[in-house]
Design a protein around this ligand. Structure first.
Ligand SMILES: NC(=O)c1ccc[n+]([C@@H]2O[C@H](COP(=O)([O-])OP(=O)(O)OC[C@H]3O[C@@H](n4cnc5c(N)ncnc54)[C@H](OP(=O)(O)O)[C@@H]3O)[C@@H](O)[C@H]2O)c1
Length: 252
């Protein structure tokens, strides 16, 4: 274990996308550091299995499609009262998309902005209300190096992640008086079910070329989870409004 086993003791963290990939890895690391998790996803069976497998006790599973911003806001308010307060939020839920611009329709853009951007605004609307997040809380919004580096077919996805980063900076300033920090986390290619779905559609050699663009190789979900736990922890108390890049050197 990279962190002390009590590094997250006494903290309850809401994690969207907790049933898979980066959200699941973060939920596991938070729990194994003594924190409590309110895990969010849309598929009850998958979410229950993920939350049921976490270390420790007192974790909660909540079904919500966070692309509905009003539902996401209601979720945070209710989760805070159910859990006796929240100390952080990791918004990992999101959809990937690789599609040439000539084929990208409004519904595609809406789908990729839905969970990531609408969800972020819904979650933060509730998190910004008095009494929902404890002072010293940390909000982490999941971005991607796609917001910084262009790749063919990634316009809608890159735009959604760029939106997240802009929002995180402004929110950091707005919520600082409430002692709430807000950061974005831009990951490179990490081996998750989303990555598998996306790379399955790449042309021959595309997967190897993408992996080779990462000097340290493709990431593991735990590589991102470690950055999440750091940003959630008091060790990051003076870090807000940043985009932390965790990408194995992809954008170096
Ligand atoms: N993997 C990478 O290489 C990579 C790189 C950079 C950034 N990211 C970003 O990291 C985040 C997580 O990606 P991942 O690779 O972990 O994906 P993943 O394995 O597909 O997991 C996505 C999670 O989000 C949940 N989810 C999706 N849409 C949702 C919605 N509308 N409401 C609630 N939950 C929803 C899914 O559960 P349900 O389907 O049950 O709802 C699942 O738990 C995304 O924002 C992605 O853009 C990933």
């Amino acid at each position: 274990m990279i962190f002390a086993p009590d590094a997250m003791a006494g903290r309850t963290i809401l994690v969207t996308g907790a049933s898979s990939g980066l959200g699941l890895a973060a939920a596991r690391m938070i729990a194994s550091c003594g924190g409590k998790v309110v895990g969010v996803g849309r598929d009850q069976v998958r979410l229950d299995a993920a939350i049921g497998g976490l270390a420790g006790e007192g974790h909660l599973a909540r079904i919500c499609d966070v692309s509905d911003a009003d539902a996401a806001a209601a979720l945070v308010g209710q989760a805070s009262s159910d859990a006796g307060g929240l100390h952080g939020l990791f918004h990992s839920a999101g959809e990937g998309l690789i599609l040439p611009a000539r084929l990208t329709k409004p519904a595609n853009v809406q789908a990729v902005f839905g969970a990531a951007v609408n969800g972020a605004f819904g979650l933060v609307r509730a998190a910004a209300r008095a009494g929902v997040m404890a002072p010293g809380s940390s909000l982490i919004l999941m971005s991607s190096v796609a917001a910084h580096r262009g790749r063919a077919g990634m316009a809608a996805y890159s735009a959604a992640k760029a939106a997240i980063e802009g929002a995180a900076r402004a929110l950091a300033v707005e919520l600082a008086p409430r002692e709430i920090r807000v950061n974005a986390l831009a990951a490179g290619g990490v081996q998750t079910p989303m990555n598998d779905r996306i790379t399955a559609n790449l042309a021959d050699g595309g997967v190897d070329a993408y992996a080779a663009a990462h000097p340290l190789g493709m990431g593991r979900p735990e590589d991102v989870a470690a950055a999440v736990v750091f940003l959630l922890s008091p060790a990051a108390r003076w870090i807000t409004g940043t985009v932390m890049v965790v990408d194995g050197g992809y954008s170096a």
